[in-house]
Write a protein that binds this ligand. Structure first.
Ligand code: ASP
Length: 295
């Protein structure tokens, strides 16, 4: 059985002096997930490990270093979806969770619910033994320089999709959302079918970009369904992105993996750092338009 992995570090703009560090961030995330995947761990474990790695990186908009809302507070959203069971765990608008993706998985595996938000999510986390951090400790120094007025731009959200040796696919997504967002604003990232979607019969996708358009277009659901009649994962991803841009005025990108390990990477932003595996080799790139097909 083929295995596969694709990681992104957010569709947006990337300053020239940050490119190397962003490539290193996605490469490290791929590395954290790839060895376990090769050793037979599940796609679900792999996507969680990749996203946890990126949540710890202050350069990326997830976990520590997430975007600040209008009040100057890091407010985090995340989701995970298991293509085997089609179950979802998600968390939104939390301020005191260092690894929202881990809490999302815990919600999926230990509650009858799919999405917990805000105070209730944090109370559940504390009850279940997650450490609650001081919200100030999630603010990376570089974020203090950025404006806290709503930007209609985004970037640096993180996501991962994987296929494991049992033929199962999974997706995980984590974000601080959009700089200067209204407190309480939740974007696409924790919403199944929008920020991420996984279905074993077809594949798994993770989206990034301006969340409102991604929610309206159900971008990742659309991309995964497009695998049914597209010739390749790249063609399916492109088909979904084209509709997202044309019909929903979308700005962003997505990564996609199919059940044979074919991958798609597309975006209409200037940059999207990605990492994926070809053979045994982890490749990290600032993705250009339509550049990747089946490895
Ligand atoms: N999609 C995220 C959001 O709107 C932002 C991003 O991808 O950078 O919350």
């Amino acid at each position: 059985m083929p295995i596969g992995l694709v990681i992104h570090g957010g569709a947006g703009d990337v300053k020239a002096d940050e490119r190397a560090a962003r490539l290193e961030a996605v490469r490290a995330a791929a590395q954290a997930a790839w060895t376990p995947l090769q050793q037979g761990r599940s796609a679900l474990d792999a996507v969680e490990l990749a996203v946890r790695s990126m949540e710890s990186n202050p350069l990326l908009n997830a976990g520590y270093g997430g975007a600040l809302n209008r009040d100057g507070v890091v407010e985090l959203d995340a989701m995970i979806m298991d293509g085997r069971t089609a179950h979802i765990g998600a968390v939104a608008a939390v301020h005191r969770i260092e690894h929202p993706v881990a809490l999302a998985r815990h919600i999926m595996e230990h509650t009858p619910h799919h999405l917990l938000v805000g105070d209730g999510a944090e109370r559940f986390a504390a009850e279940q033994g997650f450490a609650l951090v001081d919200p100030v400790d999630l603010i990376a120094p570089r974020r203090r320089q950025l404006p806290t007025v709503a930007q209609d731009t985004s970037g640096d959200t993180v996501g991962a999709v994987a296929l494991d040796s049992q033929g199962n696919v999974a997706v995980a997504v984590s974000t601080g959302g959009i700089d200067g967002k209204l407190p309480g604003r939740v974007g696409d990232s924790p919403i199944a079918g929008a920020g991420g979607y996984a279905e074993n019969d077809l594949g798994a996708a993770s989206a990034t970009g301006v969340g409102e358009g991604i929610m309206r277009s159900l971008l990742t659901f659309r991309a995964v369904q497009a695998l049914q009649d597209s010739g390749s994962a790249q063609a399916a991803a492109q088909q979904a992105l084209d509709i997202f841009v044309r019909r929903f005025d979308g700005v962003g990108g997505l990564i996609l993996i199919d059940r044979q390990g074919g991958i798609g990477i597309v975006h209409n932003t200037p940059f999207m750092p990605v990492a994926y595996v070809v053979g045994e080799q982890i490749v990290a790139q600032i993705a250009g338009q339509g550049m990747v097909g089946h490895p």
